[in-house]
Design a protein around this ligand. Structure first.
Ligand SMILES: [Zn+2]
Length: 273
């Protein structure tokens, strides 16, 4: 499942590649991905210019000129692939957007995804994105801001990190090593965190997400050009490493159940206090 690093990489590539292009044609093979009818969608998008592409958490924000936003969420995963006129299109896709220069992109969802169109003035009413917290890698996501988010929260730290309303983009994949780096048990109550632990957690979030962005995201996800990321299983510290030695102390890593998710922890480094 793509998380913040993978979506950041794709948004950056899209912004480079398609900004300034004009939409010539839309093909929708799975209308349920849209929030409006295919004809309304097509009518509104065709002829528009791509102003910019950015991301927030797991959502892509494709700004159209004039005055619309195409909001895409790849769900459990998708191939969102650029094509040039000389390239063969993928066999399967649910959505295709072609520009006037005959380049474009296709989207093939593994499970389900969203392609929503909203007018710029109405974007704050788009429920799925309006509730999203800031991306943890946003420059305004400072330590001070993070401290403010944690204030008066009563849940465990992992469920806090996974809740996209608090901060956007962290899922179960990266949460593992973030908590390990900060030496925190996933069920640790937020109210018990010391100032030092909050600083360590903030740094761990930045560290883990930026490392993956630099590596182009997870190796089992593909970017806008179909290339796999370089964040492989070897880069995980404790995530998905049940039974292997903790890189800090050598204790065997355990897989435990935490609420609805599984967690990989070092029982010695991440004691539940
Ligand atoms: Zn350890």
């Amino acid at each position: 499942m793509p998380e913040l690093p993978e979506i950041t990489v794709i948004a950056g590539q899209m912004n480079q590649e398609i900004r300034g292009k004009r939409v010539a044609d839309i093909e929708v093979r799975q209308p349920k991905n849209l929030n409006i009818s295919v004809s309304e969608f097509t009518k509104a998008v065709e002829g528009k210019l791509i102003d910019s592409v950015s991301s927030r958490g797991k959502w892509l924000f494709i700004k159209l000129n004039p005055s619309y936003l195409m909001l895409m969420n790849l769900g459990m995963g998708a191939e969102l692939l650029y094509f040039s006129p000389s390239q063969k299109l993928p066999e399967k896709y649910h959505f295709k957007l072609t520009f006037t220069d005959k380049t474009g992109f296709t989207a093939h969802f593994w499970w389900f995804g969203y392609i929503h169109l909203v007018s710029e003035s109405d974007v704050s009413n788009h429920k799925l994105t309006a509730q999203l917290g800031k991306s943890a890698t946003d420059e305004t996501f400072t330590l001070e801001y993070f401290r403010g988010l944690l204030a008066n929260k009563k849940t465990g730290i992992k469920s806090f990190l996974l809740d996209q309303k608090n901060l956007a983009g962290i899922g179960n994949v990266y949460a593992q090593d973030i908590l390990f780096k900060a030496k925190l048990h996933p069920n640790r109550k937020i109210s018990t965190l010391s100032e030092e632990e909050i600083v360590d957690l903030y740094n761990a979030i930045q560290n883990v997400l930026h490392q993956s962005i630099e590596l182009g995201g997870l190796a089992y996800e593909r970017d806008f050009y179909g290339q796999r990321g370089k964040f492989t299983a070897e880069h995980f510290l404790v995530g998905y490493k049940q039974g292997k030695a903790c890189p800090e102390c050598g204790t065997a890593i355990e897989k435990i159940k935490t609420g609805t998710t599984s967690s990989y922890i070092c029982p010695k480094c991440q004691k539940l206090r």
